[in-house]
Ligand binder design. Sequence first.
Ligand code: DGY
Length: 328
Amino acid sequence: MTRATKRVVVTRRIFPELIEDLKRDFDVADNEADIAWSPPELAAALKNADAALITGGDRVDAALLAQCAQLKIVANIAVGYNNIDVAACTSHGVLATNTPDVLNEATADHAWALLLAAARRVGESERWLREGKWQRWTFDMFAGADISGSTLGILGLGRIGRAIARRAGGFGMQVIYHNRTRLAAADEAGARHVNLETLLREADHLVLVVPYSPAVHHIIGAAELAKMKRSATLVNIARGGVVDDAALVDALRSGRLAAAGLDVFENEPTLNPELLTLENVVLTPHIASSTRATRTAMASLAIANVRAALAGERPPSLLNPEALDHSR
Ligand code: DGY
């Protein structure tokens, strides 16, 4: 039986005006407490839902989908979608969508914020200053690494990677990148394709933007860190699991690697406690896309995806077009 008003479940708190917008057309249930639902809680919440607006912390897999007979779409409010088993969605006739492009610039800005802060020791020197330790100036205080004129390495040159690469021009940097397959020259944003070894060896600063998949789990581990310059900075805005955090802690502690800027972590929001003890790492809580305007644009795109799916139309950022043939 189809209901007159479709039910949309929003799994985490989003801006109230977006909920109001949804409520004009749908029966909306949201997670007012904003505490991530466990798998059974998520299944219970989505049991009678026609659409789900979810975030990267919500796992959508075959076990969940089997309990949600009404569900037509899972709309991720994130560009990364390693939390969604897209093949399972397709086999259940559920459309899956993400939020590409609208977050490219904000996310690239944050990669630069982490890179500049880590290489120039901003967090460490600010903590020191706030602790009242600045009694006298010294010639070598907090001497960091040059950004201008250095070589930027990017692992995963996609939409966000290109936005990062474009900003490097303002710093007079050389940009090298590694993707498994070289891009067409028009898509390289002036960056030079190199193999992973060369990327690790030549980058003065290395930014990780590669989408997470099991194939790239711990693609940066002890062996890779050992190939980087000792003076290098590592920035991870991709996903936890791309870096072996324990190996990174060892490299930062031993001086094998100068600095790191991290927005994502293995097992986040629980961090490797050792990271918190290190001065040469800048840590942010997975906020690379978090500007008011960008988060609004991401949720608005996710809502546009939901509206299209529930109207029987193709959502603008559909991940599994093959599901359209047998969508519910
Ligand atoms: C994304 O969009 O994948 C981000 O990591 C979510 O903030």
